[in-house]
Design a protein around this ligand. Structure first.
Ligand code: NAD
Ligand code: AHE
Ligand code: ZN
Length: 371
């Protein structure tokens, strides 16, 4: 079938709206009509060319919601008409990782997914007879896409697509990192570096679990108001500390010796180090969420770890998609989490590049494209 898609033809080039061809679902696969998709910083990162797994041409997008149109042979848990959220972290419930109960990083299809292909090693998308890569197993910047059944969470039918698409990445990543990865306790002191689409959800999660103090750090002063609305108690703009400002020293002083939990939500190794080093001596846990470009590395004095700080990371908030995503949709529908205020802009597919421009200029939190 012909579908409408924003195609990334090469790194650093704006997306181009084209009619591309999509093959129907093969065994174990599902054809989904994408109704809405969010724009995440990770899409921008891959488009920039800094992602070692970035392949071109590709159809990017991994924060979607839609409706099942057709199922391939052997699909057991989904049927046409079901409402779904695509999962870049699938949940097969059979691989070593799923069975371990120690991680959400299902390995069933990770290797083909990283090559921009379906599990059978081929692509369903093509343009002028040439294959186009899938992206993060989702490719939600198209009005139809094909995914493996294990990469779809079935959600309640009354949830609005233009809001719950954000649960496909940002909401779950931020809230999940607090609840599932770091397991922040009530009364904790939390520092969040980066108050964008992810960091604001970390703040929302920290408030949910009853953190006492939630300190936000961002170089964009416009982020302060929204962060306070979501539960931030203190704002630090590193630029206000001057060119040689001691961000770590300032945060350690502000927290009376260091934070119980810190989160890096930018993708900057310098900030990752600061986030670790402002965690409390003896027990502070620092969670890396931000994705840093190819070739970048983190460093600190080993003494920081010897003296009891722990450095951990979180992908998709540690959430098991098919199990946890429907629950997070329920939280939204029960008004236990706020998504609406974080979706600052909506655009038609034709204007998707404007969404990335606004992200670059720090004007938007989340832009949602509605098909
Ligand atoms: P975003 O662009 O919405 O937000 C980034 C924020 O960081 C902005 O508010 C910006 O002003 C701030 N910032 C930039 N430089 C800074 C600095 N030097 N000091 C302080 N603040 C600074 O991006 P997002 O969508 O929130 O994504 C954030 C990061 O999380 C990206 O690296 C993204 O790739 C990553 N991410 C990771 C996962 C995961 O599963 N681990 C999931 C989604 C996104
Ligand atoms: N290909 C990238 C990896 C980027 C990355 O870390 N992705 C996160 C999700 S970001 C969503 O916005 C993730 O889930 N990683 C686990 C995985 O298996 O990819 C790179 O830099 O190499
Ligand atoms: Zn994302």
């Amino acid at each position: 079938m012909d579908v409408r898609a924003a195609v990334a033809f090469e790194a650093g080039r704006a997306l181009e709206i084209e009619r591309v061809q999509l093959e129907g679902p093969r065994a174990g696969e599902v054809l989904v009509e994408v109704k809405a998709t969010g724009l995440c910083h990770t899409d921008k990162y891959t488009l920039s060319g800094a992602d070692p797994e970035g392949l071109f041409p590709a159809i990017l997008g991994h924060e979607g919601a839609g409706v099942v149109v057709e199922v391939g042979a052997g699909v057991q848990h989904l049927r046409p008409g079901d409402h779904v959220i695509p999962l870049y972290t699938p949940e097969c419930r059979e691989c070593k990782s799923c069975l371990s109960r120690k991680t959400n990083l299902c390995t069933a299809i990770r290797s083909t997914q990283g090559k921009g292909l379906m599990p059978d090693g081929t692509s369903r998308f093509s343009f002028k007879g040439q294959p186009i890569h899938h992206y993060m197993g989702c490719s939600t910047f198209a009005n139809y896409t094909v995914l493996p059944e294990i990469a779809l969470a079935k959600i309640r039918p009354d949830a609005p697509f233009d809001k719950v698409c954000y649960i496909g990445c940002g909401v779950t990543t931020g809230i999940g990192a607090v609840l599932f990865t770091a397991k922040v306790e009530p009364g904790s002191t939390v520092v969040v570096f980066g108050l964008g689409g992810i960091g604001l959800n970390v703040i929302q999660g920290a408030k949910m679990v009853g953190a006492d103090r939630i300190i936000g750090v961002d170089i964009n002063p416009a982020r302060e108001a929204m962060a306070r609305q979501f539960g931030m108690t203190d704002f630090v703009n590193p630029r206000d500390l001057g060119p040689n400002g001691d961000v770590v020293g300032h945060l350690v002083e502000l927290t009376g010796g260091g934070a119980d939990y810190t989160f890096e939500c930018v993708g900057n190794p310098t900030l990752m180090r600061q986030a670790l080093e402002c965690a409390h001596r003896g027990w502070g846990v620092s969670t890396i969420i931000g994705v840093a470009a190819a070739g970048q590395e983190i460093s600190t004095r080993p003494f920081q770890l010897v003296t009891g700080r722990r450095w951990i990371g979180s992908a998709f908030g540690g959430a098991r998609g098919r199990t946890d995503v429907p629950k997070i949709v329920d939280w939204y529908m029960e008004n236990r989490i706020n998504i609406d205020d974080l979706i600052t802009h909506k655009l038609p597919l034709e204007r998707i590049n404007e969404g990335f421009d606004m992200m670059e200029r720090g004007e938007s939190i989340r832009t949602v494209v509605e098909f």
